[in-house]
Design a protein around this ligand. Structure first.
Ligand code: ZN
Length: 570
C-alpha cells in the first residue's frame, strides 16, 4: 500500500562518476531546453563538487528541468541580442546549479528498506532522505546523500517510544538503543527533582528523555523524608503509610506545580507505594493535572482479587478520578497490576473510553514484575493480595529465593534492593500484549531483562513466532500510540512515532527475520540483536549493529512551561 499522496514521478538524471578512489565527483547534467522564440538547443555540462558516496554509483535526483524552464522564460523576456541572452543564461545556470546540487544532497539516505508507518499505513520499499535532523524525503526514486545506508531486506520504522523507563543511566540507554528505542521517559513515578534530572541529562543523553512530576517524591518531601539521591521509590514507613493533612496536601500540590513548571510532562503517581494517600488525595492530584491540562500516569493502588483492595477496585478508583476531574489517565503495566484479571481491567479501560474518557494503558512482555523490597508494596497483606509467598520473591542479581527471615531483613532495610515478583502467568501476558488498547512499555531498570529486551521480544515472540500481532500493529504499539499519548503533554510528540516527511528523524532499521531479545534473568543487560541502525534526531547512534561512542543527540521532551529550551547543549 502506498498512501503517499503527492509522490512525483522520478525525474532523475544520470550522473557520471569518477573512479571510486577519488573523493570528488563531477556531476554532469544534460539539459535540453527548447526555447520558443529562437528554438535553440543547449547542451549543458556542469561540473560541481560533491562528496563521493562510499565509492558507489550515485544517480542524482533533481528538478533541474524545472529550474531550466524558469531560466528559459527569464531569458526570453530580455529584449537584447542572442549573445547577451546566452551570457545571462550561463550566469543564472551557474547560480542555480550550485543550489540544486546542495538542495538534493541529504545528510543520510536509508536506501531500499521496507518503510513502515503505522499512521498512514505506508508499507513499501522506499528511500528515506534525512537532512538537518528531520525526515526530508520519502521516495521511490534514488536519493543522493553524503552517506548511503543500504537497508535492503530491513524494516525502516519510527524509533520506539518507551513511556516507562526507570533506568536513565548510560548503560541502560545503550541497551535501549540496541532494542530500537529512540525515546525513553520516566513517566510512571517520575523523578524526585525535574530540574536536576533535565540538567544532568542535557548534552549527555544517547536517546531522547523526559519525566513526569513525582507525587510519590513530593509526598515524601512534605512528610520530611525526602528520597535519597538516585531513588524513585520511598522506603515503607510513616511517610508512605499515613494520610496527609489538608495543609500537607496543599504543600504536595505546590511542590508538584513547581515540578511541572520545571518541565514535567505529567503527574506521575505510584499509589501502591503511598498507601496512606486517601481517595481524596488521589482526586486532588488528578485535579492538579487537569488544572494544567496534563495527564496522570499511575501505578494503581493495589493488585489481586481480595476485596477490598482488588485490581478491579484499583482500576475503578483511577478511572473514577479521571471522570471526576477531566484529567487524562494512563494506567501503567496493566499486566502486573491486574494479573489474572488483566482482560477484565482492559474491558474497564475499553468501557471508560467508550463513555468518552481519555484512558490508556500499556504492558511489558514478561511474567515477573520487579520492585523495591523495602517499599510499601510489601506492607502486610501482600501474600494474600498477590497470591504468592516468599519463594516467589527472587533477588535478580543472585537468583536467591527469599525466605521469611530474609524477607524481613530486606523489607526493613533502609537500603533499596530490587526483587523479582513471580505472580503472573505466560497465558495472561500472551493475552494482554496483542490487545489493541495495549501499548508496549518496558518498566525497565537494571536487573530485569525487560530493560534491554522488551521491544525485540515482542517482535520476535508475538510477531514472528506466535503470529498473534501483525508487524504493523506491533510497530503501532511501540511508536504511534505512545507518541499520541505524549501529545497530551507536548506538541513536540507530533514529530515522533511517525515515518513521514517533515517529522524528527528518530528511526530504527531492523531485520524482522532475526530481531530477538538476548537478555535473561541471569544476564539482564545482554543487548538485543537485529537492530542494524538507529537514528536519534538524524544522528546515527547504532551503526551496523554497534552503539556509536560519544554521540549524545538525545533531547528533552518538556512539559508546557519549558518547551522552548529543549536543546542538548542547554
Ligand atoms: Zn509500577
Amino acid at each position: 500500500m502506498n498512501p503517499q499522496p503527492s509522490e512525483p514521478q522520478s525525474d532523475a538524471l544520470p550522473v557520471e562518476l569518477l573512479p571510486p578512489q577519488t573523493t570528488i565527483i563531477a556531476i554532469a547534467a544534460r539539459v535540453r531546453l527548447v526555447q520558443a522564440s529562437e528554438n535553440f538547443d543547449l547542451d549543458l555540462r556542469v561540473a560541481s563538487q560533491a562528496t563521493l558516496l562510499n565509492g558507489r554509483c550515485v544517480r542524482l535526483s533533481t528538478r533541474i528541468k524545472r529550474f531550466a524552464g524558469l531560466i528559459s522564460s527569464l531569458v526570453s523576456s530580455i529584449p537584447s541580442g542572442a549573445a547577451m541572452r546566452k551570457l545571462i543564461f550561463s550566469l543564472f545556470y551557474l547560480l542555480f546549479s550550485t543550489a540544486i546540487v546542495s538542495a538534493q544532497q541529504y545528510d543520510l539516505v536509508l536506501e531500499g528498506g521496507r518503510v513502515m508507518d503505522p499512521e498512514t499505513g505506508l508499507d513499501a520499499v522506499r528511500n528515506v532522505g534525512v537532512r538537518d535532523g528531520k525526515i526530508a524525503r520519502i521516495a521511490s526514486e534514488t536519493l543522493s546523500g553524503r552517506r548511503i545506508v543500504h537497508a535492503d531486506g530491513l524494516v525502516v520504522a519510527p524509533g520506539f517510544i518507551d513511556l516507562h523507563q526507570h533506568g536513565q543511566d548510560a548503560a541502560s540507554q545503550r541497551v535501549k538503543a540496541l532494542d530500537g528505542v529512540t525515546t525513553a521517559l520516566e513517566m510512571e513515578i517520575g523523578v524526585p527533582d525535574v530540574a536536576q534530572f533535565l540538567q544532568a541529562k542535557a548534552g549527555h543523553s544517547l536517546i531522547n528523555y523526559g519525566t513526569s512530576a513525582s507525587h510519590v517524591a513530593a509526598r515524601a518531601l512534605v512528610f520530611g523524608a525526602p528520597l535519597p539521591s538516585g531513588e524513585i521509590l520511598p522506603k515503607s514507613g510513616p511517610a508512605t503509610d499515613r494520610s496527609a493533612t489538608p495543609e500537607q496536601i496543599e504543600a504536595i500540590r505546590q511542590r508538584l506545580r513547581a515540578e511541572l513548571d520545571a518541565g514535567g510532562l505529567a503527574v506521575g503517581m505510584g499509589i501502591q507505594y503511598t498507601p496512606g494517600a486517601t481517595r481524596l488525595e488521589v482526586i486532588d492530584m488528578f485535579r492538579l493535572a487537569a488544572e494544567r491540562a496534563l495527564p496522570v500516569y499511575t501505578h494503581v493502588r493495589s493488585v489481586g482479587r481480595v476485596e477490598p483492595g482488588s485490581s478491579i477496585e484499583s482500576i475503578s478508583e483511577v478511572i473514577g478520578a479521571a471522570a471526576i476531574t477531566g484529567a487524562s489517565l494512563h494506567i501503567v503495566h496493566i499486566n502486573s497490576s491486574c494479573l489474572q484479571d488483566s482482560l477484565e481491567c482492559l474491558s474497564m479501560v475499553e468501557g471508560a473510553r467508550a463513555r468518552g474518557l481519555d484512558v490508556t494503558t500499556e504492558a511489558y512482555p514478561y511474567i515477573p514484575g520487579m520492585t523495591a523490597i523495602n517499599s510499601a508494596l510489601f506492607n502486610p497483606g501482600w501474600q494474600e493480595k498477590l497470591g504468592i509467598s516468599y519463594p516467589q520473591l527472587v533477588l535478580p542479581d543472585t537468583g536467591e529465593h527469599l525466605t521469611k527471615e530474609r524477607f524481613e531483613e530486606l523489607h526493613n532495610s533502609s537500603k533499596t534492593k530490587w526483587v523479582l515478583i513471580y505472580a503472573n502467568t505466560q497465558e495472561v501476558v500472551d493475552k494482554v500484549i496483542p490487545h489493541p488498547l495495549v501499548m508496549i512499555a518496558s518498566d525497565g531498570a537494571e536487573g530485569h531483562p525487560r530493560n534491554a529486551g522488551t521491544y525485540s521480544r515482542v517482535l520476535a515472540q508475538y510477531v514472528r513466532e506466535k503470529g498473534t500481532i501483525t508487524l504493523m500493529d506491533a510497530l503501532r504499539k511501540m511508536t504511534l500510540m505512545p507518541a499520541q499519548m505524549l501529545e497530551r503533554s507536548t506538541p513536540a510528540a507530533r514529530q515522533k512515532g511517525r515515518l513521514q516527511q517533515g517529522v524528527d528523524a528518530d528511526i530504527v532499521v531492523f531485520d524482522p527475520a532475526t530481531i530477538s531479545d538476548r537478555s535473561t534473568f541471569q544476564k539482564p543487560m545482554e543487548p538485543s540483536i537485529g537492530v542494524h541502525y538507529l537514528l536519534v534526531g538524524g544522528t546515527v547512534v547504532v551503526d551496523d549493529g554497534k552503539v556509536v561512542l560519544d554521540v549524545f543527540p538525545g533531547r528533552a521532551l518538556l512539559g508546557p512551561s519549558k518547551r522552548a529550551g529543549s536543546k542538548p547543549s542547554d
